[in-house]
Write a protein that binds this ligand. Structure first.
Ligand SMILES: [Fe+2]
Ligand SMILES: [Fe+2]
Length: 198
């Protein structure tokens, strides 16, 4: 069985309670944005929208759990348990769980389904571009306590890595402009950074 409207509401409620508080990198706004963009890609790439919707909603559900090394795997485990309790179809659950488990940029090479690749791409769109820069700046600077320069270097690396592993044609085409804009930003940033007081 696929999720009914009522079950989808329950899944959304679970994701809301698992998300970080508003303003943090993995808050409910992040989940909503990943879901929206994943649905856009899915329509263009003719993927299974039910799998996409549920996987996007639950993709970071373990994020608040302490001591977790691989939040993708842990989120997949938690999502599986939650969806089994809702008595959804086993094959459907397996496909959702697979998409969650491989949404990391280092893991996506092992993704076997179009839906898993789409969840990955929609998630990475949240790091590449101006919005992604702001989100990561808060993460590295306010949360990880890096110096501003180190935080910018870190973000530049993340954006490059994430852009280079995009999987779907639709995401690559859509995200290209956002990424190019950031490359111009870094070019000007380096120019500014080289100016030293003598
Ligand atoms: Fe994640
Ligand atoms: Fe995410």
């Amino acid at each position: 069985m696929r999720p009914t409207k009522k079950q989808l509401k329950e899944i959304e409620k679970f994701a809301e309670s698992s998300a970080e508080k508003p303003g943090k990198a993995h808050d409910i706004d992040h989940i909503t944005k990943v879901r929206k963009f994943a649905e856009i890609i899915a329509k263009r790439e003719k993927a299974d929208l039910d799998i996409i919707r549920v996987a996007a909603i639950l993709h970071d559900c373990s994020i608040k759990k302490k001591g977790v090394k691989n939040h993708e795997k842990e989120s997949a485990k938690m999502a599986s348990k939650f969806l089994k309790n809702l008595k959804l179809d086993k094959d459907f659950i397996n496909k959702v769980v697979h998409a969650i488990e491989y949404h990391g940029s280092r893991l996506v090479k092992n993704a076997k389904t179009l839906e898993a690749k789409i969840i990955h791409d929609a998630d990475k769109f949240q790091t590449v571009g101006v919005g992604g820069f702001c989100r990561l700046l808060h993460h590295f600077s306010a949360e990880k306590k890096l110096d501003l320069k180190d935080a910018v270097d870190e973000i530049r690396d993340v954006q490059k890595r994430h852009y280079n592993v995009l999987q779907t044609k639709t995401a690559k085409k859509f995200i290209k402009d956002f990424y190019q804009l950031m490359q111009n930003f870094y070019r000007l940033y380096d120019k500014w950074d080289k100016v030293k007081i003598k």
